[in-house]
Design a protein around this ligand. Structure first.
Ligand code: PMP
Length: 453
C-alpha cells in the first residue's frame, strides 16, 4: 500500500485540474464573495477546518433540509456529509425545529433544569442502559470530563488509546504510534507536554499488546470507539470487544466507549447492538439534532466510587463543566431528538439504504478491478482506496490516498453529491432518498471509471 490507490499520479492530477475548473465555472457567486476567503476571518474561514475541503474556495450554504443542501450558486446537493455526523438525523428535523421555536420564547440558558431535563434523564437511562448521566456541550468535553472521573475514581493517572483514534480535541488522546514508538500526534500546535507520559497507545485488535499495556495496573481507563471511524475505518476482529472487556476488568481499568460516530449502528448505538458493557459511555454531535450538546453516562459502581472520592476531596472546582452545558435549548432539542427523531423506523430506513449503497459501491469497485474496498457500520459507509480489511491504525494511515481522495470528493461534488472531507465517509439519514443514493452510486461509478481507464 503506497497511498496512491493504484492510480497514476498524472491521472489524479488531470482529474483534479478539470474538476477545479468545473467547480470555479459553476460557482460565480461564491467566487465573487468568498473566492479570496471570507473577510474578517483568519485564513478566510470562521473555523480553520473549513479550508480542508477539496474545493478551490468555500461554497456558501443558503439552506439545508433533510439530506439536501443548497448553495448560493443555486446548486442542490445530496448531502452525505451531514456536518460530519452533527446532522446525522437530517438537517433541521421537524421535531427539533419545533422544539427550537418553542424554547426560543422561554429563554435559552439559565443554569437550572427544565421539564425537558426531567424527561431526558429517563430517556438516556432507558435507551443506553446506564443509570447516571451528565450533559456537556461537545463530545470533546464529554470525553474530557469522563476521563477526569476515571482518574478520580481509580486513583490512576494514565489512560490508554488505540493508534489512529480521535475523540475530539482531548489533549491526552493525541498520541500516536509511529514506527512502533509512542509520540505526540504530529501537527499539534502549542503543545507543551509530552503526552506519552500519561497515555499509552497500542494498535486496535492487538490483544497481546493491550494485555501487556494494562498489566501493571496503572491505567485508569481505556477510551475507544467500538469501530475506529476517524482513520480509514477499522472493524474489530471477532472476539476483540469481549477480550477488551475481560482485560480491562481483570486489571481494574475502566472502559469508556465513545459512540459519537457509531451511533450510526442503531438506536442504542453499537453498544446495545453488540452487547458491549462499558463503564462509561459518550455521545455527542447528533444527540440534540445538530444543536450543540453531548452526554456522558456511567454505571452505579462508578457513581458509588465517585461519591466516595468526593467525600474526601476538599470543596472547590471539579474541573468539569462549561457554562452553557445542559442549557435549556440543548435539553429541549435533545428531548425532541431522543423521543421523535432517533426512532426504530428512522434507523430501519437508514440501515436499508446504507446497505444498498455499500453493496453497489463494492460492485463498482469489483467491476473496475480497483484495489479498493468498502466498509460500513450501520448508516455510516466508507470507501477506502486501498485493499482491505484494515486491522489497525497503522494500516489505516497507510491506506489514506490524500490527493486521489480529494479529486474524487471534488468530482462527486460537481456531480451533485457532498461527502465528508478528511475521509471518504458517507452517512445516510432518515430523510435520504433512494434517488439521492442512486445519484451517489452513478457519480461514483463515473468518477471511478475515469480513474480506472
Ligand atoms: N469522539 C469521536 C468518536 C469523534 O469522531 C469526534 C469528532 N469527530 C469527537 C469525539 C469530538 O466531537 P466534537 O468535535 O463535536 O467535540
Amino acid at each position: 500500500v503506497d497511498g496512491s490507490g493504484g492510480i497514476a499520479a498524472k491521472t489524479i492530477q488531470a482529474l483534479m485540474a478539470s474538476e477545479r475548473a468545473r467547480f470555479i465555472a459553476a460557482h460565480p457567486d461564491a467566487a465573487a464573495r468568498a473566492g479570496n476567503g471570507l473577510p474578517g476571518f483568519y485564513q478566510g474561514v470562521p473555523m480553520h477546518w473549513m479550508r480542508d475541503w477539496p474545493m478551490p474556495f468555500p461554497m456558501l450554504v443558503t439552506g439545508a433540509q433533510g439530506a439536501t443542501l443548497t448553495d448560493s450558486d443555486g446548486h442542490v446537493l445530496a448531502d452525505f456529509c451531514l456536518g460530519d455526523t452533527g446532522s446525522m438525523f437530517g438537517h433541521s428535523p421537524e421535531p427539533v425545529r419545533q422544539a427550537l421555536v418553542a424554547q426560543s420564547a422561554r429563554g435559552l440558558t439559565y443554569m437550572l433544569p427544565t421539564d425537558d431535563a426531567l424527561a431526558v434523564g429517563t430517556l438516556l437511562r432507558d435507551r443506553f442502559a446506564l443509570p447516571h448521566w451528565q450533559v456537556a456541550t461537545t463530545a470533546t468535553d464529554a470525553n474530557r470530563f469522563a476521563l477526569r472521573v476515571a482518574r478520580a475514581v481509580t486513583g490512576r493517572v494514565r489512560i490508554l488509546v488505540f493508534n489512529g483514534c480521535y475523540h475530539g480535541t482531548v489533549d491526552e488522546t493525541f498520541v500516536r504510534l509511529i514506527d512502533g514508538a509512542p509520540v505526540n500526534r504530529p501537527g499539534l500546535l502549542g503543545q507543551f507536554t509530552d503526552l506519552t507520559q500519561g497515555t499509552r497507545v497500542v494498535e486496535f485488535n492487538d490483544l497481546p499488546g493491550l494485555e501487556a499495556a494494562l498489566s501493571d495496573r496503572t491505567v485508569a481507563c481505556v477510551i475507544t470507539e467500538p469501530v475506529l471511524t476517524n482513520c480509514c475505518m477499522v472493524l474489530p476482529d471477532p472476539g476483540f470487544h469481549e477480550a477488551l472487556r475481560r482485560l480491562t476488568r481483570e486489571t481494574g481499568t475502566l472502559l469508556l466507549i465513545d459512540e459519537t460516530h457509531t451511533i450510526s449502528t442503531g438506536p442504542g448505538g453499537y453498544t446495545r447492538e453488540y452487547g458491549l458493557e462499558p463503564d462509561m459511555f459518550v455521545l455527542g454531535k447528533p444527540v440534540a439534532g445538530g444543536v450543540a450538546a453531548s452526554v456522558w453516562g456511567f454505571t452505579d459502581e462508578v457513581a458509588r466510587r465517585l461519591d466516595a472520592v468526593r467525600a474526601v476531596t476538599p470543596p472547590g472546582h471539579s474541573g468539569m463543566g462549561t457554562t452553557l452545558s445542559a442549557n435549556a435549548l440543548a435539553l429541549a432539542c435533545m428531548r425532541a431528538t431522543l423521543e421523535q427523531v432517533m426512532t426504530d423506523a428512522a434507523y430501519a430506513h437508514m440501515e436499508a439504504l446504507a446497505k444498498h449503497l455499500a453493496t453497489e459501491l463494492s460492485g463498482v469497485i469489483d467491476r473496475l478491478g480497483l484495489p479498493w474496498h468498502v466498509v460500513r457500520v450501520g448508516a455510516r459507509v466508507e470507501f477506502i482506496c486501498a485493499p482491505g480489511p484494515l486491522r489497525n491504525g497503522t494500516e489505516a494511515e497507510a491506506a489514506h490516498a490524500g490527493p486521489l481522495e480529494q479529486a474524487i470528493h471534488l468530482a462527486l461534488l460537481n456531480r451533485g453529491v457532498l461527502i465528508a472531507p478528511f475521509h471518504n465517509m458517507m452517512l445516510v439519514c432518515p430523510a435520504t432518498t433512494e434517488e439521492q443514493v442512486d445519484r451517489l452510486i452513478t457519480a461514483f461509478s463515473e468518477v471511478a471509471g475515469i480513474l480506472a481507464q
